[in-house]
Design a protein around this ligand. Structure first.
Ligand code: IFM
Length: 439
């Protein structure tokens, strides 16, 4: 595996999942967690990893693992507790200090403007179903970039609009907990519109501006024509719907027709706004989907099946690094891509803390396999410039609460102590070796 000397090896987090609530306003996720039954262990983000108090030692941990990149998100309700009316100076100071410290340590910040914690006041006005929200988001984005754009070069507007829209508005497992396909599609459209409007309002050619989309390759489980049709539909909804919108300024026609009367309301100029030029694209890859045809299911007619030979994480994701390579190569063939970076990939595993140590050999294999996939894709000409592991440390995994551990660093939630796992040490050595060979 070889990577260029300026390749970014980092780890990723998001505000709601690690910071804790001290000093910020409420978001739709606080409300969602308050409703009994929504979170597997009944927990919430009130304390999470207490990063808002422990950020300095967390940056030390990053430096100790030789990371040269850190992807984090701004909590909108920390910067503007009520939406956009009034800013919170302490919130801005918090990120100022975090960014300055990262830079002092030689860690390049990759900032995400929206990782799902919409201010509750905007949620009360309809959240992403309200066409006003994308405009509020663009205002927010402009103000944040005005403040931090002198030090942060790399910006993503949204993290995984597909997941926020579909899991939050169709499956009901994420905030705001709705369950209709029409809502999911309208929310997704407004998020994408917010992305385009934000790129326009930020209007900075000197900065790297983009978005982070989640990707998942769909494989037919048999050679039947039906299974192939299911894979094509699944791919269209999960991948093409978002990539075509952002990179081509259109929704794919086959999928638009499939959604029939549930399609979102799209105004005339929306698609050209969504197609605003971007200089980078982050992709989040966790697994593939193996599917068969399901004639009973509402569109898409997809039924996921398990691979009997597959290895699965505790979140039931098949570990399949080949899918990352295939997807990167395919995106490069199908689209005219800006720089790409893998903004997230990672495994939830049943980590155990024993005598101050966490041995997670499967995560080491996972990292090795996915880094190889990226190196292979690069050899085939895919412009990948960075790789971020999800996550820096164990954290609040949304509807799963604290039951899933994704970190390179183990967090003992009883006392907030951190322990670098074997995988964190492995990654540190891997990065050091890369730095030696490219020096
Ligand atoms: O924890 C999430 C993250 O917030 C978004 N991408 C997927 C991760 C793991 O499920």
């Amino acid at each position: 595996m070889t990577f260029p000397s300026d390749f970014i090896f980092g780890a990723a987090t998001s505000a709601y999942q690690i910071e804790g609530a001290t000093g910020r306003g409420r978001s739709i996720w606080d409300r969602f967690c308050d409703q009994p039954g929504n979170i597997a262990d009944g927990s919430n983000g009130d304390v999470a990893c207490d990063h808002v108090h422990r950020w300095q030692s967390d940056v030390e941990l990053m430096a100790g693992m030789n990371l040269n990149g850190y992807r984090f998100s701004f909590a909108w309700p920390r910067l503007f507790p009520q939406g956009n009316q009034q800013s919170n100076a302490q919130g801005f100071d918090f990120y100022d200090q975090l960014i300055d410290t990262l830079l002092q340590k030689g860690i390049t910040p990759y900032a995400t403007l929206y990782h799902w914690d919409l201010p509750e006041s905007l949620g009360d006005q309809g959240g992403w179903l309200n066409r006003d929200t994308p405009y509020r988001f663009a205002e927010f984005a402009e103000q944040v970039v005005n403040r931090f754009g002198d030090r942060v070069q790399h910006w993503a507007t949204l993290n995984e609009p597909r997941c926020a829209a579909f899991v939050g508005h169709l499956e009901g497992r994420h905030a705001p907990g709705l369950k209709s396909i029409a809502s999911a599609l309208q929310a997704a459209h407004h998020m994408l519109l917010g992305h385009g409007l934000a790129i326009q309002s930020i209007n900075r050619k000197d900065l790297d501006l983009g978005i982070v989309l989640d990707i998942k390759p769909y494989y037919p489980s048999t050679a039947s024509a039906d299974a192939q049709k299911a894979a094509q539909q699944g791919d269209g909804v999960f991948n093409r719907w978002f990539f075509d919108a952002v990179l081509k300024g259109q929704y794919p026609e086959d999928i638009w027709l499939g959604f029939a009367e549930d399609v979102p309301e799209v105004l005339e100029s929306d698609m050209s706004i969504i197609n605003a030029p971007i200089s980078s694209l982050g992709v989040n890859y966790y697994t593939r989907s193996l599917v068969e045809w399901d004639g009973e299911a509402p569109f898409p007619n997809v039924k996921p099946v398990k691979n009997p030979q597959g290895r699965y994480t505790t979140m039931d994701c098949e570990i399949f690094p080949e899918g990352l390579e295939a997807m990167l190569v395919r995106l490069n063939e199908d689209y005219s891509l800006p720089n790409l970076y893998v903004a997230e990939t990672g495994a939830a595993l049943a980590d155990q803390l024993e005598n101050g140590q966490v041995h997670d050999p499967l995560r080491i294999q996972y990292l090795n396999g996915h880094l190889k996939a990226v190196a292979n894709a690069r050899k085939q000409g895919v412009p990948v410039t960075g790789y971020f592991n999800w996550s820096l440390m164990d954290n609040f995994e949304w509807g799963h609460g604290f039951t899933q551990r994704f970190g390179l660093v183990y967090v003992d939630y009883a006392n907030q102590k951190r322990y670098v796992k074997s995988s964190g040490r492995w990654f540190a050595e891997f990065i050091a070796e890369q730095q030696l060979t490219t020096a």
